[in-house]
Design a protein around this ligand. Sequence first.
Ligand SMILES: Cc1ncc(COP(=O)(O)O)c(C=O)c1O
Length: 388
Amino acid sequence: MPTASELDAITLDQLRASGSVKWTAFGEAIGAFVAEMDFGTAPAVTRAAHEAVDRGLLGYLPDHATADLQRAYTGFAKRRFGWSPDPERVRPVPDVLAAFEAVVRHLTPDGSPVILPTPAYMPFAPLLRDLGREVIEVPLARDGGPLTHDLDGIDAAFAAGARLLVLVNPHNPTGRVFERDELEAVAAVVERHGGRVFADEIHAPLVYAGRAHVPYASVSAVAAGHAVTATSASKAWNIPGLKAAQLILTDDDAAQVWRRAGVWTEHLTSTVGVLAHTAAYDDGEGWLAQVLAYLDGNRRLTAEHLARHAPAVGHTPPEGTYLAWLDLRPLGLDQPARWLREHARVALTDGEDCGRAGAGHVRLTLATPRPVLRTLLSRVTDALGARA
Ligand SMILES: Cc1ncc(COP(=O)(O)O)c(C=O)c1O
């Protein structure tokens, strides 16, 4: 298990040598744009991948591996969230985005608009437009408390013809972890319109002490009856390149459609990926606990650094995920991520890529060794300070 001092000791040179997209896409800039961690993965996951290669288990996904994944995921979900979906309804898919595309194509009426609370994970809107769907952006709103779903906005979007709501929890990019009553309130609106929810819970294992992830489909029979849940070990165990995720079909109608229409999506799933996910869910929680504790330190460091060195920047520490969402609107920068790449040599995600509500913001991946994070934050706040 990695200790904090071992994670601290990972150097920029080692990270660049890894050859990952995070450390090669923007030259000498510090990479903090893509949702990847700089900590490798759990030993159990590495072992499972090695064993698959050593055994030559590199063919199409066999049923016994799917059954093992279903057992491992449902065990994990019960231990971690107190949730017990039917194992047979936990389906192997190659990734969350592929599952999302299949859900939109097969489980919503042709051409129907889709509701996207914003700011949102960047690919959702362009993918939906590629699928010929109108995207109804409904900005998350603050009603005297934390950012939450705008129920009136969602209600109006369903009334305008939308059939699907994309609900990301824990939320990328803001880091919100929605509470049970917030989810129940959303479910009531969706049910009133006979709509569906794509519950993207890819960040579910990444929730900090004091908060708890509540699976949307677990809040009530009503929510389970209109939800399609997607989750994955890919963020928490840092293996998105292994191409596996899970779609959980608690809605009987959706499960029936999926049995026929989901075959081709399931067929794309990586066998090594499924074995790695199974190992993560069975034997990866110890590693995850260490990494989460380290990330907790990173999110505190980020908040403290910003408060001290760039008090004009708006920031609420994430309750889950390893993403920090920075409101730079008071600084009046046009395309702030681009500006920071040029002036701070730090590569971030521009909030505008997350929808109109993200304009003037940047998203920063804080899953990096703390000395690297300190350098990154200093570069950002020095550049902002020099401009002010
Ligand atoms: C909310 C959310 N959904 C989906 C994805 C993409 O997941 P996948 O690589 O499984 O398609 C990400 C990746 O960061 C994400 O943050």
